[in-house]
Design a binder for this molecule. Sequence first.
Ligand code: DGY
Length: 339
Amino acid sequence: MTLSDQPPGIDAARKQVLVFRELPPDQLARLQAVHDVTVADPRKPEERACFDAALAQAHGLIGSSFPVDAALLARAPRLEVVSSVSVGVDNYALDALQARGILLCHTPGVLDETVADSVFALLMATSRRVVELSQLVREGRWVKNIGEDLFGCDIHGKTLGLLGFGRIGQAVARRAALGFGMPVIYHARRPVDLAAQAPELQGKAAHVPLPSLLARADFVVAMLPLSDSTRNMVNADLFAAMKPGAIFINGGRGATVVEEDLLNALDHGTLWAAGLDVFATEPLPLASPLRTHPRVTPLPHIGSATHDTRHAMAALATTNLLQALAGHRPAAVYDAAQA
Ligand code: DGY
């Protein structure tokens, strides 16, 4: 890989880059062509010393799924940019980054459709009991036609209620409204201008107050980013206000949900089932009742986990980092005001 293979705007003086989660080889090569690169995963005890030493020199960090908190940033006095291979930025100390003028980049846009596919897979698997019934076949328990006790719930024509209506929420809404004839209602801080942002959803998706959404939705799908205002937002009060028999799906962040309240709603309330790609603690602790609950379909945070999409995310994060280190403003700087 040479400089001429790179997009314009990244021809900076060599700087120190710390890669804290493995990157695809072609993206690592793009970095190495321009900068001095250390790859060290702080989650691996044997790489921790290397990570610490590189952090003290780093102008740029790139990676994901590791908390870049204020204490870590204090050990990186030369840092100019953090490039996350994720769209969510809840692992980063936003105030400390802002106070130091360190750019935070992320990967919006390239994962929307893939995450929406995963959310829909979870919605369909949960309502049609796909995992449970497949297990029945695998275990040789399909000895007669299944009875009503194993029937599922319809999806087509049912009402989808979205908590959060960003790019990914809109991609979920398109699948529901255009593919499954589902009326879509959503609750977000402000209504989305559908004519400008999602004309195909005009007349098919409506912004409604939260109590109305909870009372009407057959599927409540949480696509919330994690912030001070959304942490623990989906709690006992919200579960109690959901329509009897509702199915709850979480494709955003686990800590937006009070998991104990979710379990109570499944066991003692009227929630029919839950499909969860995200959890308050990940990986999900073995002791968590959500792991084995018969009416929970759990997934290991796979929203964006396809070869194509993870590569696209890594490529965008690499471009962001290269542009920032060259003194240019990357396209995908995280902007709290827009979030
Ligand atoms: C993200 O990018 O924040 C997603 O959670 C990854 O799946």
